[in-house]
Write a protein that binds this ligand. Structure first.
Ligand SMILES: [Zn+2]
Length: 124
């Protein structure tokens, strides 16, 4: 790899702290109703209040639900080779953060036997 391909750049400015040893997602919190929104917004989508503050979201949360990506997604946006023979399945899920926000992301685990869905997320 050359130096350009090794350089890490954010997909979009303002989504998370960068550069940082431990990046955090950047959200907004409404000063009127406390609603937290990611990505951050200039006003509150819940009460339409325009007094919001920027907050950094927790780096850990609880898996809300998940799935395993078992085949290469279309290119783009997938950044891999697209080769089915070398593709390594990976987990994708929604994570519930302590601030009350759910974010979607790639999981560090891809073994379905090691993943579960908490009972509180399942409907009766
Ligand atoms: Zn609000």
């Amino acid at each position: 790899m050359d130096s350009i391909s090794q350089r890490k750049i954010p997909v979009q400015e303002g989504l998370f702290t960068w550069p940082a040893a431990e990046p955090q997602l950047i959200a907004s919190k409404c000063k009127a109703c406390g609603d937290v929104v990611f990505p951050k917004q200039l006003s509150c989508p819940d009460c339409s209040g325009d007094e919001v503050e920027e907050i950094l979201l927790s780096r850990r949360g609880t898996v809300y639900t998940w799935t395993i990506q078992n085949f290469p997604p279309p290119i783009p946006p997938y950044a891999g080779s697209g080769d089915r023979d070398t593709f390594v399945p990976y987990g994708v899920g929604y994570i519930e953060l302590p601030e009350g926000v759910r974010v979607e992301g790639r999981l560090t685990e891809n073994d379905p036997e090691k993943l579960s869905i908490p009972r509180w997320t399942l409907r009766p």
